[in-house]
Design a protein around this ligand. Structure first.
Ligand SMILES: NC(=O)c1ccc[n+]([C@@H]2O[C@H](COP(=O)([O-])OP(=O)(O)OC[C@H]3O[C@@H](n4cnc5c(N)ncnc54)[C@H](O)[C@@H]3O)[C@@H](O)[C@H]2O)c1
Length: 309
């Protein structure tokens, strides 16, 4: 029986991954500290009862060691992190602690046991890009503490992989959305606002481009990378460019309601465009995103309607 450890398993993407791994018949162990970035109640609802949960912090090496000593682990999906770009501007120390120190702790334990690791990094490591679609070799110019912490964590991945010769992959996600989506992210906020008749706040002029990626496509990419024991860096996006204004238009069309949009100042740390070149993941691991922005929003909205109070 294969046992996978998912860090951040109570979070948005982690919980979707856990559900899929359990559906495929794997044993799943999760670690999460129920970080207060958004509500614990929300995260508790994400938990799959078939996964074995360790509540604790990845910055605590002794805690992590107990998890590794008590379980036979065949692969680690490392998703635990402080995830908000804008909040990282206010609390950079907390971001570096969770995202860099926590990653170093995990990599040490995995390198000693030669356990495969797939790490959740971010397209934000590229910063303001020189070209789109952006491939993995594009220069890295982070413009937020969050993005820099992810870049440092990637460097740790590369260091441990080379130094101890075991499979480590770092995957760069592009604005992920879907069921249980983080309440601070645009699609979750906009969908809720349109359906409840509340105003939508857009930071900047709304012409910023995002490569929105449906969560089950990310789960597909992560599991493929893990199964092949792939090494190195992979962009996991959809390779589509959608402006924030377009996003609102699609939400309006699908909800069949008009949005009340308020434009406010651009936020520090936000980049003006992202769009992934996913050729490498397609060719080396068979990654094949299935959702367009329209089909993804449709699916997300029907989940939201069923699950909102
Ligand atoms: N959502 C996106 O668009 C996106 C884009 C790029 C990268 N990512 C990365 O994907 C991963 C998952 O993101 P998400 O959107 O599901 O965020 P999330 O906040 O829902 O999930 C992260 C989980 O990690 C947990 N966590 C935080 N610090 C921890 C610590 N020190 N010890 C143990 N657990 C801790 C949190 O409680 C949370 O449940 C993160 O690494 C994030 O940086 C997400």
């Amino acid at each position: 029986m294969t046992n996978y450890l998912v860090t951040g398993g109570a979070g948005f993407i982690g919980s979707n991954l856990v559900d899929e791994l359990i559906k495929r018949g794997y044993n799943v162990i999760t670690i999460d500290n129920f970080d207060d970035y958004y509500s614990e109640d929300y995260k508790l609802k994400n938990l799959n009862p078939k996964a074995k949960l360790y509540k604790g912090d990845i910055t605590n090496y002794e805690f992590l060691k107990v998890v590794f000593d008590e379980n036979k682990i065949d692969g680690v999906f490392h998703l635990a992190a402080k995830a908000g770009v804008r909040a990282s501007v206010e609390k950079p120390g907390e971001y570096f602690n969770a995202n860099v120190v926590g990653t170093a702790n995990l990599l040490k334990l995995c390198s000693e046991r030669k356990i495969k690791v797939v790490f959740a990094s971010s397209s934000s490591v590229y910063g303001e890009v020189e070209y789109i679609p952006t491939d993995e070799n594009h220069p890295k110019n982070p413009i937020s503490p969050y993005a820099l912490s992810k870049l440092h964590a990637e460097q740790l991945c590369e260091f441990y992989m080379n130094q101890y010769d075991f499979p480590v992959a770092w995957t760069r996600f592009y604005t992920v959305y879907g069921p249980r989506g983080r309440p601070d992210m645009a699609i979750a906020k906009f969908t809720k606002a349109v359906l409840k008749g509340e105003p939508i706040e857009i930071y900047g002029n709304g012409e910023q481009l995002r490569d929105f990626t449906y969560v089950s496509d990310i789960v597909q990419g992560l599991t493929k990378v893990m199964q092949l024991g792939a090494r190195g860096c992979f962009n996991l996006g959809t390779s589509q460019k959608v402006s924030v204004n377009d996003l609102v238009k699609y939400i309006e069309e699908i909800a069949n309601r008009k949005a009340n949009v308020i434009y406010t100042d651009k936020k520090e740390g936000d980049v003006s465009r992202t769009m992934a070149d996913i050729t490498k993941a397609r060719e080396l691991v068979g990654y094949n995103p299935e959702y367009t922005i329209q089909s993804g929003i449709k699916e997300y909205m029907s989940w939201f309607v069923k699950n909102s109070d």
